[in-house]
Design a protein around this ligand. Structure first.
Ligand SMILES: Cc1cc2nc3c(=O)[nH]c(=O)nc-3n(C[C@H](O)[C@H](O)[C@H](O)COP(=O)(O)O)c2cc1C
Length: 324
């Protein structure tokens, strides 16, 4: 009989109902999507990464990204920069916006982030990472967490060192993406590196990478991680958290039907309209519609039609065929 690895977990004083978190995804984990994931069973949701420098200069778009909806608690706001003072100021803004947790991005491999010394570049500078964390910890009351990768290059395991440095600097939890930065988001995860990292610290380590079902989550939790972070598997099925939870606890649940998923997509469009307005909310959903319609009859025609929609009424008329 498999041990039940679905557990409540605390990040500092913040008690999560379970150990299944949504991983941050730029362009995807906006407030509308986070509400669906919270309703879909996630114990913690995380925003897209927000530029601390942009907040410093009062960028309206970045401030909009800090806005949280009531249905998405607890929520972490993720920030990026290589400047400790700037990250501390941004953490204050995130706390003011209502963040339950503030997270540091130390794993993004995208060139425009790394070339400024932020994201994964911080993995080569443990002292700077520690300074960033300790400045933020001093600036806010909410817990500060950090997300990094097992290494920059394949075969490298920086996890234990970075985890210890982060813990000593005051971090309350870590998310560890089990792939090196050089692999971006593809390829296998390094379970041994995850196990070594989890064993190196007392704070909870959330393992992340390639989790699509309870078996994948079980492997990471069995390696010693306190929780897991789920990214792309949630993109077209925010109910994946409940499915993983049921699988881990052995209670068994049916996978979300296509009709149910499309109803969730309609709800996503409604929430998006509430945030950005109807037309702009639909425009922002265009790059996601392909994920949601994948595998459905006439998906490519429906996707094409979606690109021209201006109102929620039109969206309902287009998608109703898939909800029966
Ligand atoms: C489109 C996309 C955007 C992402 N944006 C972020 C981000 O803003 N911050 C971050 O820490 N990781 C980001 N990631 C990485 C994810 O959080 C996660 O580590 C990665 O997708 C692996 O998990 P998965 O295999 O479950 O998707 C992003 C990944 C994708 C695919």
């Amino acid at each position: 009989m498999n041990e039940n690895l679905l557990r409540p977990v605390s990040i500092g004083p913040v008690a999560l109902k379970n150990n299944l978190a949504l991983a941050p995804m730029a362009g995807i984990t906006n407030a509308a999507f986070r509400v669906l994931c919270a309703e879909g069973g996630a114990g913690l949701v995380v925003t897209e990464m927000v530029s601390a420098e942009s907040l410093k200069y009062g960028n309206k778009r970045s401030f909009k990204m800090l806005e949280l909806l009531p249905g998405e608690r607890p929520a972490a706001i993720q920030l990026f920069s290589s400047d400790p003072a700037c990250m501390a100021l941004a953490a204050i803004e995130a706390e003011r916006a209502g963040a339950d947790i503030v997270d540091v991005n130390a794993g993004c491999p995208v060139h425009k982030i790394v070339r400024n010394g932020a994201g994964a570049a911080l993995m080569r500078k443990p002292q700077l990472l520690a300074d960033i964390i300790s400045h933020m910890v001093k600036a806010v009351k909410v817990p500060v967490t950090v997300k990094f990768r097992v290494g920059l290059e394949a075969g490298e395991n920086l996890g234990p060192l970075l985890a210890r440095v982060s813990e000593e600097a005051g971090a309350s939890a870590i998310t560890l993406h089990g792939r090196p930065a050089s692999q971006h988001h593809s390829g296998p995860i390094d379970l041994d590196a995850m196990a070594a990292t989890a064993a190196a610290v007392k704070i909870p380590v959330f393992g992340n990478g390639g989790i699509e079902n309870a078996a994948h989550a079980r492997a990471i939790l069995s390696a010693g991680c306190a929780g897991v972070g789920v990214g792309r598997a949630a993109v077209f099925n925010p109910a994946v958290f409940s499915e993983i939870a049921a699988g881990l606890s052995g209670s068994g649940v049916e996978a979300a039907s296509q009709a149910f998923r499309i109803k969730l997509f309609l709800r996503f469009l409604e929430l998006n309209a509430g945030i950005y307005g109807e037309e702009h909310g639909l425009a922002r959903a265009r790059k996601l519609v392909g994920y949601w319609l994948k595998g459905l009859p006439n998906a490519s025609a429906a996707r094409g039609s979606f690109m021209t929609l201006k109102t929620l009424k039109e969206a309902r008329e287009l998608l109703i065929q898939y909800t029966k």
